[in-house]
Design a binder for this molecule. Structure first.
Ligand code: MSP
Length: 497
């Protein structure tokens, strides 16, 4: 039986179309999901759209359309983004779906029956942009600490006894250091919890666009309670079968929404007597040419346009390689094109092109049979498999950029091996040795292409298809390439800019 593995992106607000920030969380999850799948896990990878709440209701009203029609349309663009980015998500959830409504209402009842919900009155600040409540002492110059506009609300509301979960959360996090990553973010969350938790308003009366509270349809549920539960509803909760995946769950989120995922969500789960996600990982934010990406500045980058111009693999590579996963980063045209030229065209592309073209022209387009391997050959042939345990650790520790570095180290070694072995000189001097060198190189390219699948799925498949390779999972790294395969005329894999 394959081991279950469950990874989720946040579900995206459908008030506006997708940008590279959304693409980023999804790409990071896709890289991890692909790696795990190639490494023999039974992977569920969830993404979707967050479609209720005041922010969406307002956006629909501004367009003069019914909220349902509005979310139907915008949700499609997020679904299209999945295919444009070549994501391997196994599901796409929308919070307006019936399966979600059933799950979230059941979840509410668990919180109610366990004595964690009471009716009261909320009077305080609310920021529609963040869909978040703020305390008086958090307000800076009349705005939320995030800079969002706030409004005063005063209405009857159901509350969740968040205060009761302060100590259980601290105890849990003391025992499970891996539960919030990276460590700096974990410390921020712990300081926040230690500062004291107040009960949380979890329903709204003045809003219609949401899931009705069971037994009191004058209220709709607070959109974050509704949204967070998507991670369970997509697994079929409360029906049996969700548990094996839920017990192995990883949420990847941006740093701005960590508090919802590492304070509210685990408290809800504890109150409902459910296990907590194994890890919540918070990544950093992308700036654009050194500035915050925003509609008002007009520098929002459209992932559809980037992919249309440069292809999905190039975009994936840049996003996954350029930013240290967890840190903030900068999307600049210079660094984007720099990476495409240096790492893709000059390093990986050139390795494949020079080796395969040489075989095509000088070895009757046939992968030659090797003779005896030298120590140099053996060293480079062993590299990819030797590095697999390191790559596994890097994925498990969310060091996605390091994974790229490690694989490109092999690419660099292989290019140096070509220069040192000089197959073009061997052609006359020692054709048998040339055959061994070319075989060695082709075998290394095969292994590298297997390892680049999580980052560059399309290009990796192209290379593997040229080499006639059928088994592509990590277990197949060990199976040596068959000589005698006839290769087609190689075409450059990456454009140079
Ligand atoms: N709907 C909520 C999530 C609910 S999950 C139960 C939400 N949606 S969002 O569309 O606003 O943001 C989704 C993700 O995109 C977040 O993880 C956020 O951090 C990420 N990003 C938005 N802008 C970003 C950048 N500029 N850079 C990197 N990621 C960014 O929050």
């Amino acid at each position: 039986m394959e081991k279950p593995f469950y990874i989720t992106t946040p579900i995206y607000y459908v008030n506006d179309k997708p940008h590279i920030g959304h693409a980023y969380t999804s790409l990071a999850c896709d890289m991890i999901a692909r790696f795990k799948q190639l490494d023999g896990f039974d992977v569920k990878f969830l993404t979707g759209t967050d479609e209720h709440g005041q922010k969406i209701e307002k956006a629909a009203a501004a367009k003069g359309v019914d909220p349902k029609d509005f979310v139907d349309e915008v949700s499609i663009s997020f679904r299209e983004l999945c295919s444009v980015l070549n994501l391997t998500n196994t599901d796409f959830i929308r919070t307006t779906e019936q399966r979600h409504k059933i799950a979230v209402q059941h979840f509410w009842k668990q919180l109610l029956e366990s004595g964690n919900i009471y009716l009261g009155e909320y009077a305080g600040w609310y920021a529609v942009r963040d869909e978040a409540f703020y305390q008086e002492d958090e307000i800076v110059d009349g705005k939320a600490p995030t800079g969002a506009e706030v409004e005063w609300i005063k209405e009857s509301s159901y509350f969740f006894k968040l205060s009761a979960w302060q100590q259980p959360l601290l105890d849990y996090y003391a025992k499970h250091p891996e539960a919030i990553q990276p460590e700096s973010r974990r410390n921020e969350v712990l300081r926040f919890i230690e500062g004291g938790l107040k009960d949380l308003s979890i329903s709204r009366r003045t809003l219609k666009w949401g899931v009705p509270v069971p037994g009191d349809p004058d209220h709709v549920m607070y959109v974050w309670l509704d949204a967070l539960t998507n991670y369970l509803s997509a697994l079929g909760y409360p029906n049996a079968g969700y548990e094996p995946y839920w017990n192995q769950s990883i949420h990847v989120v941006g740093k701005d929404i960590l508090r919802f995922h590492s304070v509210y969500w685990p408290a809800f789960l504890m109150a409902a007597n459910l296990p907590l996600p194994k890890t919540v990982f918070a990544h950093g934010w992308w700036m654009v040419e050194g500035e915050k990406m925003s509609k008002s500045i007009g520098n929002v980058i459209d992932p559809f346009e980037v992919v249309a111009t440069y292809g999905s693999d190039a975009f994936r590579y840049f996003m996954l390689r350029d930013l240290s996963f967890g840190q903030d980063g900068d999307f600049s045209k210079a660094s984007f094109l720099g990476r495409l030229n240096t790492d893709l065209a000059n390093a990986y592309g050139n390795l494949c092109q020079r080796v395969l073209s040489f075989i095509y022209k000088n070895a009757e387009a046939t992968i030659p049979a090797p003779g005896e391997f030298s120590e140099d050959d053996k060293a480079i042939l062993a590299m990819p498999e030797d590095l697999l345990p390191t790559l596994r650790k890097q994925i498990d520790n969310f060091q996605l950029h390091r994974y790229c570095e490690t694989v490109w180290q092999i690419v660099g070694e292989a290019n140096r091996y070509v220069d040192a072995q000089k197959p073009w000189s061997l052609k006359k001097e020692d054709p048998a040795r040339m055959a061994t060198v070319l075989y060695t190189l082709t075998e290394v390219i095969r292994q590298v292409a297997i390892l680049t699948q999580p980052i560059l799925p399309l290009t990796s498949l192209k290379i593997l298809a040229m080499l006639g390779v059928e088994d592509k999972n990590f277990a197949s790294l060990k199976q040596a390439l068959k000589p005698g395969i006839i290769i087609p005329e190689p075409q450059p894999l990456f454009a140079k800019y």
